[in-house]
Design a protein around this ligand. Structure first.
Ligand SMILES: *Cc1c(COP(=O)(O)O)cnc(C)c1O
Length: 209
């Protein structure tokens, strides 16, 4: 909890998503009691379980790589899928949301950090083609994009990635009315905010004692 006030101060003009993955219910409830309402998980089963047990007005976001066969487990509980990274996944979300008569807000996940080859996410140069291929799906609403900074201590490299993401965001804001740029985690959220992030996803820095 020791960093909570500092994080709140630094995220005054940004949406704070509390990443509660691997955290016990009591600790999540503590942040709920402090009026946090947006929480994120990266595993389908864990999300479902927590959503069933915790207060119903929590807005759950899904942030992990999502397998198509898990989509049906989470769509009843989440209000945003931040990790849309393939056309097949988009079609599956569309199909399951149609059954629930629901439109799912989604963020397109992009992969900027070139050196991390095993990371998920759409290549930025395929952005327009990807969006054109999924935007007609009636039960998906593309509301923004998400990205992760590179795994490095090198601030300049992180800043360059965030600048590139912000540049793409500006384009997509204009062309497709994107509203959300989700970038920044415990270690790099300040750099992300300096470079245009509208939503940060913070886990370890909030939950470490
Ligand atoms: C775990 C995770 C976070 C939070 O990371 P911390 O370093 O714990 O703040 C943010 N985004 C995604 C996609 C994650 O998987």
């Amino acid at each position: 909890m020791i960093h909570y006030n500092e994080i709140k101060e630094n995220t005054k003009n940004t949406t704070l998503v509390v990443v509660s993955k691997q955290q016990p219910l009591e600790k999540i409830q503590t942040y709920y009691d402090l009026d946090e309402r947006i929480f994120a998980e990266n595993r389908a089963q864990e999300l479902k379980q927590k959503a069933t047990l915790l207060p119903k007005d929590i807005q759950w976001h899904f942030i992990g790589h999502l397998q198509r066969n898990k989509v049906k487990d989470i769509v009843p509980y989440v209000c945003c899928i931040q990790s849309l990274d393939s056309i097949r996944l988009a079609k599956e979300i569309n199909k399951e949301c149609k059954k629930l008569n629901k439109v799912m807000p989604c963020l397109v996940e992009f992969h900027f950090a070139k050196e991390d080859t095993n990371k998920t996410g759409i290549d930025p140069k395929d952005a327009i083609a990807f969006i054109e291929a999924v935007k007609h799906l009636e039960h998906i609403e593309l509301v923004g994009m998400m990205t992760m900074g590179p795994h490095t201590e090198n601030e300049e490299e992180i800043r360059n990635t965030f600048k590139a993401a912000n540049k793409l965001f500006k384009t997509l804001q204009e062309k497709y009315n994107f509203q959300i740029l989700s970038m920044g985690m415990s270690s790099d959220y300040k750099l992300a905010i300096e470079n245009g992030s509208t939503m940060v996803r913070i886990g370890s820095k909030l939950f470490k004692d």
